[in-house]
Design a protein around this ligand. Structure first.
Ligand code: SF4
Ligand code: SF4
Ligand code: SF4
Length: 582
């Protein structure tokens, strides 16, 4: 331990700590903007400056290591003035339309300006950059007029995802963040994951907003509008309404959706159980009959697009299963339409997803089992929160309500789809039953594939069958894992990949977590735990025990993996290059 003084107080901190980390131990918050732990420690924005006795200039706390006897002041007039000046300089070239900005209320720049009493930048009036919005990608908008050049998005794209399609262009005052040579993002091999949006501290990056489309569909008397919500949404939506991170709000969410006026309020968990039946069947078929292995899951459209761009020679390894919400969309437009006597052309299916890549996925080819798009509109968790607020729904005081039949019933295996390892665990629960024909003495929990580790591996032996599995989340981990497979370093039978680090609980459409929370708390695990609590509380834990699905196959689909199921629930992939015309 190293002994230092912060603001005159004795503090001990582990050797190697930065001033920022040591101050946290003494419950002193030093503001940051560009700093993201482990991925963007660049000391560039200088909002975290502090005084160190004996140093000739102010130093940046996020990268400056402590040393024995160091005396630090974090709140002197000189420090405060320097931070104010930094904020004024940022604002001098910033589009300050806070009133309608998508980040107003949780913008890290706005919060700091409020804390430091900075409301404009008259002292630095002069030229301002004027950038055109980049709307070329299917999922996001880049508004560089609000960008503060912190480079957090660049770090996320490169280090979490190993995609690296964005970076700084030009020099000096003209510096801007974008793709190489100013190419539109939609022309690059971006995977639409939205991790850049998640880490942006301001309103420079945001999803393409489809909330007006949904309000319009609901108001159209000719349309029957059915909504479904992904497992991970319930683990994070509450954050938009002031609940602690990791609070599950499934019942209130269903109640809010009903009050928004949807004709059917369904749970994508039903689609997740359906995916398991089809995917576990596909796995056992390939495993027993010499099909292409390892089978790799296909629920995550960010991951699928990554595979298509960067590992096109492995697209045959992808499961042909559509993702759960696409399967469910196809079922709404076929099975539910038949049950309710509706024409699929009059049905609008809306998916609430933790994911921005789903906005791309619903427009892909071969995602239209009935001849109509399986899913018409995807909105993110953040957009749902916006709709609930705009509709004046008192979310916190809503009663807990259930989803509608026939797509409200789910197993615990379905709800854990929302976290890394969940799809694998759910598939194993069912595959083990199918191998052993025993549902009472076989395991439910497969702890080896749980948790926030980037790559997890396990080997399971059931009877005379041994299965080697791996789980990766974040495409940079997926890249490492697939390279190992391609190089023959290791062999697996079944791999789960989720595009976002930690899985959908940390998807690019989830409520934004400020750097303050991101850097110093394990918010991913808190959200993950909310899903495992739902799993433990479920009367049925295994997908094949979902009674509604048994009815679906008996009355409508026929055999699992059969011809009708294949037509409606499976899809195809594309081998892409690294650049695309838009
Ligand atoms: S990014 Fe922040 S400071 Fe800028 S307009 Fe939006 S809310 Fe205001
Ligand atoms: S959406 Fe994902 S891949 Fe595309 S620029 Fe953002 S972080 Fe990179
Ligand atoms: S877009 Fe956002 S995250 Fe990226 S550099 Fe600009 S302000 Fe930072």
């Amino acid at each position: 331990m190293v002994n230092i003084k912060i603001n005159g107080m004795d503090v001990q901190a582990p050797e190697g700590s930065t001033i920022l980390e040591a101050a946290r131990l003494a419950h002193i918050r030093i503001p940051t903007l560009c700093y993201l732990k482990e991925i963007n420690e660049i000391g560039a924005c200088r909002i975290c400056v502090v005084e160190v006795k004996g140093a000739r200039t102010l130093v940046t706390a996020c990268v400056y290591p402590i040393s024995e006897g160091m005396e630090i002041t974090t709140q002197s007039p000189k420090v405060i003035e320097a931070r104010r000046n930094t904020l004024k300089l940022i604002l001098s070239d910033h589009d300050k339309e806070c009133l309608s900005c998508v980040r107003s209320g949780n913008c890290e720049l706005q919060t700091l300006c409020q804390e430091y009493g900075v409301d404009d930048a008259h002292e630095y009036e002069g030229a301002m950059n004027e950038f055109e919005l980049d709307t070329s990608a299917p999922h996001l908008v880049r508004n560089n007029n609000k960008c503060i050049l912190c480079r957090r998005c660049v770090a996320a794209c490169e280090k979490f995802q190993s995609v690296g399609v964005i970076g700084p262009n030009m020099r000096g005052f003209a510096t801007n963040i974008g793709s190489a040579y100013g190419m539109p993002l939609g022309s690059t091999a971006c995977i639409d994951c939205g991790q850049c949006i998640s880490v942006c501290p301001v309103g420079a990056l945001y999803e393409k907003d489809n909330t007006d489309d949904v309000f319009a569909a609901i108001a159209d008397p000719e349309k029957h509008v059915f909504v479904q919500t992904a497992p991970a949404v319930r683990a994070a939506l509450g954050e938009e309404f002031g609940y602690e991170v990791g609070t599950g709000v499934e019942g209130k969410m269903a109640a809010a959706l009903r009050r928004l006026g949807f004709d059917g309020v369904y749970d994508t968990n039903y689609g997740a159980d359906l995916t398991i039946l089809e995917e576990a069947h596909e796995f056992l078929d390939r495993f027993k009959n010499g099909g292409k292995l390892p089978l790799i899951t296909s629920c995550s459209p960010g991951w699928v697009k990554f595979c298509e761009h960067y590992f096109p020679d492995m697209t045959e390894n992808l499961s042909s299963c559509k993702s759960p919400h696409q399967m469910q969309g196809a079922m709404i437009k076929s099975f539910v339409a038949k049950q309710k006597g509706l024409n699929p052309k009059d049905i609008v299916t809306v998916s609430v997803m933790p994911c921005t890549a789903k906005k791309f996925e619903c427009k892909r080819d071969d995602e239209d089992g009935t001849g109509y798009p399986d899913v018409d509109v995807v909105i993110t968790t953040r957009e749902l929160a916006r709709m609930i607020k705009r509709a004046g729904i008192d979310f916190r005081n809503l009663p807990d309500e259930a989803f509608d039949d026939p797509m409200g019933e789910y197993s615990g295996g379905a709800v854990i789809f929302g976290t890394s390892g969940g799809v694998m665990e759910a598939a194993l629960r069912t595959a083990v039953y199918w191998i052993t024909n025993d549902d009472t003495n076989t395991p439910v929990e497969f702890n080896e594939v749980r948790g926030m580790g980037g790559i997890k591996e396990a080997t399971y032996t059931v009877g005379d069958v041994t299965v080697r599995v791996a789980v990766a989340s974040g495409t940079s981990n997926a890249r490492e894992l697939l390279n190992r497979v391609k190089n023959g370093e290791t062999q697996y039978d079944f791999i789960e990949v989720m595009g976002c680090p930690g899985g959908c609980i940390n998807g690019g459409g989830q409520p934004q977590v400020t750097a303050e929370v991101r850097n110093f708390t394990d918010y991913r695990t808190a959200r993950m735990n909310a899903l495992y609590r739902y799993d433990e509380a479920s009367a049925v834990r295994k997908s094949h025990q979902n009674n509604s699905l048994q009815t679906l196959y008996k009355e409508f689909l026929g055999d699992i993996g059969g011809e009708k199921a294949h037509h409606l629930l499976h899809t195809t992939y594309v081998k892409r290059g690294l650049y695309e015309e838009v």
